[in-house]
Design a protein around this ligand. Structure first.
Ligand code: FBP
Length: 548
């Protein structure tokens, strides 16, 4: 495959490991741990892996050569920049322990383990992927690894290949499943360790002990570059309002980080909308008032950032969606009905509040809510074009304001959705180093003989050589949550904290950003040049360190 000049230049970059990981290490145990909540239930469900101590790696003054090991690796869920470097770090780490060690990659996600689809990752393969974006080295998938027969099927191939440790690179759900698998393999004496690595651009796998998931840094920098470019265009042409939806599933971390980096006129934070119990109309009015205020100064342009999951956080919309799920599940011939019959059926059967909300929606969006459903019968909210929904409703509101003599301007909206543009970008220097170190550190956890641990690096706002390496028992991050009608042990998802520094910094500035044009243009990710250009971690990470 032809390589770009940047790919060639980056291929030779050697990620900088924390000093402790540059030689032989020994694991130092901290105190036994407890889960964040629901301790008794979780202890009962994980009798073999509950309460394990946190681990810290320190230099080992008396190193010995380790035994060769065969290791399996899986990429799970959505792509995130740096995944290849986790695998490269893992490869180098196990080779450092013993050069006869071998690495096997399971293809297209957890499904590859269950279906026995794999490839051996040798040095010549690994070298092609150093510091590159994407997950294409082995592919990724969303098969949930949660049933005993899947675990047993997986064990067959692990045994056949002589694999004694499995590294799962994934988000909160994948690492939850990694912990369940670790517990099961320990219970049956399978002789297979399971280690997790924190991945997701969404930034929602973080807590007291995990500072950041990998990929968030690069993805938000790519989106911020694009938003900055749009803002410069906006500033030059002065004629469009740009409605920009940003990926991130439920949490608004991506939108918030991009807002901190680019200072747009508007950024909606879903968690705040829910907390204040705002309606869709409240959000629309908020945006329309800013559009009108700017128009009064002759500024008929601006930027609005919208988190992907917004719709689910608007309490009235949440109720409407829940009612639609039920109604449509009960009406098997719904899809075959004529459009006006469908509408009449819904209006007659929805509660009064939900019917009012439904009737207020633009026709296209109302239809999306009834058509696009996943295999479980749920509305796929990520397919709803929230950016268009909002701009259409803002347009209507502005027409009312104009009639009342409160608005006199031009409103020309344009729409964007940024997600896939950043998920496979070449990792920033931060993610290149972080991911490589996470993989390398996973090899040390394997050598330490532990299972059910997450590879952990802390002190991430310092240069990478000063990061602190260790392992976190995954059960420590668990609480019980209702999933598909049943209480399950899961890693708590981190939503934007309204009392956290990133949100508070944004909230303190947003009115000024709304009125003026205080845009910031971050430009593209840089690899060569001064540290303040190349080596800055996200503002979210920097501000969160203020809260520690
Ligand atoms: P993960 O949680 O698996 O890391 O996925 C992140 C993500 O990019 C979300 O932001 C987005 O909602 C989702 O994946 C889209 O996934 P897909 O492309 O599979 O529909």
């Amino acid at each position: 495959m032809k390589k770009s000049a940047l790919q060639t230049a980056r291929a030779s970059y050697q990620p900088k490991l924390p000093v402790t990981l540059t030689g032989a290490v020994m694991a130092v145990e901290g105190k036994p741990t407890e889960s964040v909540a629901d301790r008794e239930e979780i202890k009962k469900l994980f009798p073999n892996t509950y309460g394990m101590p946190e681990l810290r790696f320190e230099k080992n003054p008396n190193p010995t050569v380790g035994k060769p090991v065969n290791i399996g690796v899986i990429l799970s869920g959505g792509q995130a920049p740096g995944g290849h470097n986790v695998i490269c770090g893992l490869f180098d780490g196990i080779k450092k322990i013993n050069k006869e060690s071998r690495l096997f990659g399971f293809l297209m996600g957890p499904g590859g383990l269950v279906d026995h689809k794999y490839v051996e990752l040798t040095a010549d393969v690994i070298d092609q992927y150093r510091n590159t974006g994407g997950f294409d080295i082995i592919g990724s998938g969303r098969t949930k690894l949660e049933k005993k027969d899947q675990f047993d099927k997986g064990l067959e191939i692990l045994k056949e290949l002589g694999i004694t440790a499995l590294v799962i690179i994934g988000g909160d759900d994948s690492n939850t499943n990694a912990a369940v698998l670790a517990e099961y393999y320990k219970e049956i004496g399978a002789g297979v360790q399971v280690i997790g690595c924190p991945k997701t651009i969404d930034g929602d796998l973080k807590n007291e002990v995990v500072e950041a998931s990998f990929g968030f840094d690069t993805a938000t920098k790519v989106y911020s570059e694009l938003i900055g470019n749009i803002q410069r265009d906006c500033f030059s042409a002065k004629k469009y309002w740009h409605f920009i939806k940003l990926m991130g599933r439920s949490a608004s971390h991506i939108a918030l980080e991009c807002a901190l980096q680019t200072q747009p006129n508007v950024c909606i934070i879903s968690e705040e909308v829910e907390e204040k119990n705002l309606t869709l109309q409240n959000v629309v009015d908020y945006i329309a008032d800013i559009v009108a205020a700017r128009a009064a100064k002759g500024d008929n342009f601006g930027t609005v950032l919208i988190p992907e999951g917004l719709i689910e956080f608007i309490p009235a919309m949440k109720n409407l969606i829940a009612e639609l799920n039920d109604l449509l599940a009960r009406k098997s011939d719904f899809a075959a009905m004529a459009r006006d019959e469908q509408r009449a059926y819904l209006m007659a059967n929805l509660s009064q509040n939900s019917a009012t909300v439904y009737a207020s929606l633009p026709e296209g969006v109302a239809r999306q809510l009834t058509l696009d459903r996943d295999p479980h019968g749920n509305v796929q909210v990520s397919l709803i074009e929230t950016e268009k929904l909002l701009s259409e409703m803002v347009g209507k509101r502005l027409a009312v304001l104009a009639e009342e003599g409160k608005y006199n301007g031009r409103f020309s909206p344009l729409h964007h959705f940024f997600g896939y543009e950043g998920r496979c970008a070449a990792p920033s220097k931060f993610d290149a180093d972080y991911c490589y170190a996470l993989g390398y550190n996973a090899a040390n956890l394997i050598a330490a003989g532990v299972t059910g641990y997450l590879s952990s690096l802390r002190n991430l706002t310092a240069p990478s050589v000063q990061w602190l390496a260790g392992g976190i028992p995954i059960t420590m991050m668990f609480n019980m949550e209702r999933r598909h009608g049943e209480m399950k042990p899961v890693i708590q998802k981190a939503l934007v904290r309204l009392d956290g520094s990133p949100f508070l910094k944004f909230a303190a500035k947003r009115d000024k950003w709304a009125r003026g044009a205080e845009y910031v243009f971050p430009g593209p990710i840089q690899y060569f040049g001064p540290a303040e250009v190349c080596d800055q971690p996200t503002l979210t990470l920097q501000y969160e360190h203020l809260d520690k």
